[in-house]
Design a protein around this ligand. Sequence first.
Ligand SMILES: NC(=O)c1ccc[n+]([C@@H]2O[C@H](COP(=O)([O-])OP(=O)(O)OC[C@H]3O[C@@H](n4cnc5c(N)ncnc54)[C@H](OP(=O)(O)O)[C@@H]3O)[C@@H](O)[C@H]2O)c1
Length: 297
Amino acid sequence: MNDTTTFEFSPLVQGYWRLGDWGMSRKELLEFIQAHVDLGITTVDHAAVYGAYTCEAIFGEALALDPALRDQLQIVTKFGIHIPSERFADCRLPHYDTDSETIVASVEESLRALGNDHVDLLLLHRPDPLMDAGEVAAAFDALHDAGKVLNFGVSNFTPRQFDLLQSAVNQPLITNQVEINPLNDAVLWDGTLDQAQQLGLRPMAWSCLAGGRLFDANDEAGARLWNELDAIGKELGGATPDLVAYAWALRLPARPVPIIGSGNIARVKAATGALSLELTREQWFRILAAGQGRNIP
Ligand SMILES: NC(=O)c1ccc[n+]([C@@H]2O[C@H](COP(=O)([O-])OP(=O)(O)OC[C@H]3O[C@@H](n4cnc5c(N)ncnc54)[C@H](OP(=O)(O)O)[C@@H]3O)[C@@H](O)[C@H]2O)c1
């Protein structure tokens, strides 16, 4: 088991948000998990809410076919988003809930679905304006003391929100999972990555391929970015645009760890090539300019 001081992400993380769309049988999913583990991608990213609270259970059922695989994984999951669904039959509109009892209940449900006795890293999914940091602290203590959660972090937090929660909880927040791609550069300028660099924590980067917009020829900004990534990929000896996009995120000094969203194992395998791509400063800024549709001032 990992503990707070030894937790490490694999060089890339496999995301499971879109698992419900992949149409895999449990056996095919098990083969997919084994295949990315064989590639060195051992950290997996989940959230209670993924697939309207169904993805963790699908994953758990696949893992049950080979329980020994669990020990090779670092399982990340999240809590805090409530949407109208079978699980929350009384819920009439999407909202956040970060009250202590709700957090504990969410994690216990995640553990049941995953078929596990602990998660390696638990993230508060989105900032909640009604969050009482003391409530979160109480839940984190209970979950940590019970051995149900080994490490804690946040997602989509501003530096100020991060500071507030860190001031209240007893465990170090070891990551902030945020969107990082050249079409959405907010965290480059709002202090999020500066804070991560200062604290020496690795952010997790979601939607490095802009959720697939890169590959949509009808998306003007996506297509403009694809052209620049393609041109730079050729300069780098034939790397494909997706690899160059991962390399763009990896080039940031806060050392974000990209979360792969693809359910296509050939694409996952290809993505590992990004780890050895090195962008020059000028190439990096060309990609930023293509994403933003303008040069920096
Ligand atoms: N914390 C948060 O709030 C948050 C929010 C969003 C996501 N996440 C996490 O981040 C992970 C990644 O996010 P994401 O899924 O948006 O990542 P992404 O990599 O930006 O987008 C993945 C999409 O791009 C498609 N794609 C990838 N390579 C392609 C190619 N060469 N040609 C055409 N299409 C291609 C994939 O389809 P195929 O499957 O067909 O390859 C998939 O639909 C999620 O699984 C989740 O774990 C977290």
